[in-house]
Design a protein around this ligand. Structure first.
Ligand SMILES: [Zn+2]
Length: 326
């Protein structure tokens, strides 16, 4: 049993991705399963177990070679017993993930929030590698964040830290998914961008975005914005710029509160638009931060894409085992 691996799992509303990770932080095998339409606990657990089985088959890994399991789930987690309290995009209620996974794999299992896992992945092997203080901001359908100070995920009293998406930037602003108004997420997320485009088209603005989305704005992906931008589309440019400016305001709050070495921006919107958005965010940070506070702070695009979550989940499990390498 000389080549043990840790399994990292990233559970999401559309898919579950599993990966076998060695102690150097290399993904030696991976497997995925779709989770769309899954509505029962048993069904969801089966998808997770299938993704793990696929990974083990792909890497020729025996159960005895698994040292631990780490899993990131899209919702708040009670880390004491490894239970996911709720998942807004996977409506199966409370899910005792650690207990369920340990019935199949009797090894240490670490359950954490998916954004914390993604942040820790970027910190360990991605854009934040080599730092001690980092914030991860993930911009997709929603906007979430994770905070690492002195190499540890900041948890606070309730464990629900890093909710950067619900920093209020405009008390009278658009309604947020949380039911309140003017949160960062309501101004800077794919959902917010889509809503801006819908409103502008209703007002008679012209844009190639409707074509880029295949005629249905509900299917408007971040890639379509990048494509429209490359065609010189004024509305796309405006919406992308405003989104980046608001992310910049969010980053200013993070710099002032936490003084991180870097803020890493990931998620679907960034994967398509980081080259345009990062300089705008950086500009806002340089302009709006108190003198001296933003000096030397990196505003960086995430590096690991889809692998941030699985690597981070595996790393959090290694941390628990005491085998996490620098
Ligand atoms: Zn909100």
């Amino acid at each position: 049993m000389q080549s043990q691996v840790v399994l990292g799992i990233d559970l999401g509303g559309t898919k579950v991705l599993a990966a076998a990770v060695n102690e150097k932080g290399q993904v030696v095998a991976s497997g995925r399963k779709r989770t769309t339409g899954v509505s029962t606990r048993a069904g969801l657990l089966q998808k997770i177990l299938d993704a793990v089985a696929k990974t083990m088959a792909a890497g020729g890994i025996e159960p005895s070679e698994i040292a631990a399991l780490g899993i990131g789930a899209p919702g708040p987690v009670d880390r004491a017993d490894g239970t996911v309290l709720e998942m807004p995009n996977i409506p199966v209620g409370r899910l005792p993930l650690r207990a369920e996974l340990q019935r199949h794999y009797p090894v240490p299992v670490v359950v954490d929030n998916d954004v914390n896992a993604g942040t820790f992945g970027e910190f360990w092997r991605g854009a934040g590698r080599g730092t001690r203080h980092m914030v991860g901001v993930f911009v997709g359908t929603g906007t979430g964040g994770g905070i690492i100070i002195d190499g540890e995920i900041l948890r606070g009293k309730t464990g629900i830290t890093g909710e950067i998406g619900h920093i209020v930037l405009d008390p009278d602003g658009p309604e947020c998914g949380c039911g309140r108004r003017g949160c960062l997420e309501a101004l800077a997320s794919r959902t917010a961008m889509q809503r801006r485009v819908e409103a502008a088209l209703r007002d008679g603005r012209k844009s190639v975005l409707l074509d880029a989305a295949g005629g249905d704005l509900a299917g408007l992906r971040s890639k379509a914005f990048a494509k429209a931008l490359s065609r010189g589309d004024a509305l796309a440019e405006e919406v992308i710029r405003d989104c980046a400016i608001h992310l910049g305001y969010g980053a200013v709050a993070l710099v002032h509160l936490l003084s991180p070495e870097c803020i890493v921006f990931g998620g679907g919107v960034m994967e398509s638009l980081a080259p345009v958005m990062i300089p705008v965010i950086e500009g806002v940070v340089r302009e709006r931060c108190l003198k001296g506070t933003a000096k030397g702070i990196g505003i960086l695009p995430a590096k690991l894409g889809d692998h941030a979550g699985v690597l981070g989940a595996a790393a959090l499990a290694m941390k628990e085992l005491g085998t996490l390498s620098a």
